[in-house]
Write a protein that binds this ligand. Structure first.
Ligand code: CP3
Length: 343
């Protein structure tokens, strides 16, 4: 059976479509009352590790806000967990890794795991989601970029600057590159498994790529993302979202990725100039703007769509949806894209 709505896949392949596809980063989450009900009953990683729960949460935004793609409910931090690090999620504080990586000796605590064994629960979730979606919309799989995962694995928690993670890279570059390569090898196997289980697209989240200078972004991040894209791009369309790394859109496009995510700090026209015409751009609505009154959201979304122009654009936010966004505002975002006709 073929997908009923394959707008996302066709747009990633560069085909002309009837309209622009739309989904929202972090669409499976805390702004949905239906998610909050499950959040009361089960712990975060319990929700990730139980295929029935992960499937239900993944499909919620498809049913409730009508997005053109589902994204797997999981987290980028399941990879460090599978590599042997303890990862906790602390209520209203975020990720906490009690024994972060600080020295070459700490690498001995890590392994490149057998992904079927340690992350098999993700593959079970994907299979169940594909069944329950029943070809309505494509399923996006994902992983964190090696640099962003290193940030958490070394810093041990969230940070605005990830200064300890950077210090680690600048003081012990060989150890840093060893760690980045271990994460990369794990991620390639992990994403290939997601595709085998049924993911139709994969996105690489480099949330902290924008903390690096262009040269360091190449050396510490893109070098490894390039390996991941090379290993996946002939199997499935790939999207790189490197927040704040607009300076490297040209080199990111040269990886052969099908899509590049951009945030709201770059104008769509300039992003297109940097990225060239051979890649699909995804973004770039400021997530905080979903807190505006609905008529303002409608006006601003139309302006965004006009700025990207028809074709090779996936409407999305420039980063994850905020937990305090009213559901009807999220729906207004999605509906405005779906009803828009390019002049
Ligand atoms: O997009 C989706 O809806 C799919 C699910 C998804 C989650 N995390 C669920 C989640 C995805 C794609 C992620 C990716 C992720 N996780 C990133 C990259 C994207 C980004 O936002 O920059 C990062 C950096 C993480 C690490 C992480 N996980 C943080 C910093 C936090 C706490 C802060 C926050 O955003 O809530 C999490 C927890 C997390 N991951 C939640 C969800 C729904 C909230 C958990 C809860 O309170 O229920």
């Amino acid at each position: 059976m073929a997908l009923q709505n394959d707008l996302l896949l066709r747009t990633l392949r560069g085909e002309q479509t009837e309209r622009t596809p739309v989904w929202m980063m972090r669409q499976a989450g805390r702004y949905l009352p239906e998610y909050m009900v499950l959040r009361e009953k089960y712990g975060f990683f319990e929700r990730c590790q139980t295929p029935e729960l992960a499937a239900e949460i993944t499909i919620q935004p498809v049913d409730i806000v009508g997005v053109d793609a589902a994204i797997l409910f999981s987290d980028i931090l399941v990879v460090p967990q599978a590599m042997g690090l303890e990862v906790q999620l602390i209520e209203s504080k975020g990720p906490f890794l009690p024994d972060p990586i600080k020295t070459v000796d700490d690498l001995k605590r890590l392994r490149v795991p057998d992904v079927e064994e340690s992350l098999g629960y993700v593959y079970s979730a994907i299979k169940l989601i594909k069944q329950e979606l029943n070809e309505r919309v494509p399923l996006i799989g994902f992983a964190g970029a090696p640099w962003t995962l290193l940030c958490y694995m070394v810093q041990g928690k969230g940070s605005k600057t990830f200064d300890e993670a950077k210090a680690f890279c600048y003081q012990q570059p060989e150890v840093a590159h060893q760690l980045l390569q271990m994460i990369t090898d794990t991620t390639i196997a992990y994403l290939k498994g997601q595709v085998k289980a049924g993911a139709d697209v994969v996105q690489i989240f480099d949330s902290w790529g924008g903390l690096l200078s262009p040269a360091d972004f190449e050396n510490l991040s893109l070098k490894y993302i390039r390996q991941i894209v090379a290993a996946l791009k002939d199997e499935v369309p790939t999207i790189i979202f490197a927040k704040g790394a607009w300076h490297s859109l040209e080199t990111m496009a040269a990886t052969g990725a099908h899509g590049l995510g951009i945030d709201w700090c770059i104008d769509p026209k300039l992003a297109r100039q940097f990225a060239g015409n051979n890649v699909t751009l995804q973004g770039n609505f400021d997530p905080a703007k979903l807190l505006s009154p609905i008529p303002v959201i409608e006006k601003e979304v139309k302006a965004m769509l006009a700025a990207f122009g028809p074709g090779r654009h996936i409407a999305n936010l420039g980063h994850g949806i905020l937990p305090n966004v009213p559901v009807d505002h999220a729906r207004a975002f999605v509906d405005t894209v779906k009803n828009y006709v390019h002049a």
